[in-house]
Design a protein around this ligand. Structure first.
Ligand code: COA
Length: 214
């Protein structure tokens, strides 16, 4: 298996769209839009969400690390600044105990049903952190579920597992639901070929092998 990561962009949109289509729009038509939505944009349906997501991608307002096996996108890790991703799960509890907002959020993972348990989400998270570095770095929060040493329905894990984030260098910050944590780490800025002077921009696709699956 040879997997590489590429940023979600107008160029990779068709592969992303095919992945979503293979899974019925994700949750019946979410199109990975829910964490982007502003008040009043909800409940519009799959077609509208697809169009909204595509428009955001074309405008550079939707970021994700996609994982590819050849030409096929097999998963993603969504990330973005808090202005781009105003929603998280357990938002009320989050807001009650919140200090300064982070520079970046990692909100959502989705891996092709046929490709789970191979380390794809782990690879997508690593790639997202690399892209964040290229975009200037800063404080990054995730909101994973603690199912350490336990299995659960993979649908509950759209924000990832606590173990994945801890292995990627995140520290627990606070709990916002029975099993949901705010986790945080810093990412150093990394110069890119496309932004040699430190101008933010997603650079070319980095490559990376998959950690051995357990
Ligand atoms: C949860 C999900 C992202 C995991 O992807 P994956 O590629 O199979 O994950 P990995 O193989 O990289 O494993 C990452 C960790 O998650 C753990 N994990 C994966 N599925 C799990 C499950 N169902 N229950 C408990 N832990 C699980 C793995 O054991 C691994 O733990 P480790 O790091 O301690 O070894 C994937 O199952 C998925 O896409 N679920 C659907 C999410 C969804 O509905 N998203 C919709 C977007 S709103």
């Amino acid at each position: 298996m040879s997997l590489i990561s590429k940023p979600l962009s107008p160029k990779t949109w068709p592969a992303f769209a095919r992945l979503v289509e293979r899974h019925g729009g994700i949750f019946g038509g979410c199109w990975c839009i829910s964490f982007h939505l502003e008040p009043g944009e909800e409940r519009r349906g799959a077609e509208a969400y697809r169009a909204m997501k595509e428009a955001r991608v074309r405008e550079g307002r939707a970021h994700a690390a996609l994982v590819f096996d050849g030409p096929t996108a097999v998963g993603w890790c969504q990330f973005g600044p808090t202005t781009e991703l105003p929603n998280i799960r357990s938002k009320k509890a989050y807001d009650e105990g919140r200090g300064t907002l982070p520079d970046w959020r990692i909100t959502c993972f989705f891996i092709d049903r046929e490709r789970r348990g191979e380390g794809v989400a782990t690879l997508a998270l690593q790639a997202a952190l690399r892209y964040i570095g290229r975009l200037g770095g800063g404080t990054v929060e995730g909101y994973p579920e603690d199912y350490t040493d336990e299995r659960t329905s993979s649908s509950f894990l759209c924000s990832g597992t606590l173990g994945m984030f801890q292995k990627a260098g995140f520290q627990k910050s606070r709990k916002i639901a029975k099993r949901r944590w705010v986790v945080v780490r810093k990412v150093a800025p990394a110069p890119t070929k496309h932004s040699p002077k430190g101008v933010p921009g997603i650079g070319p696709a980095p490559t990376g092998g998959v950690p051995p699956s357990g």
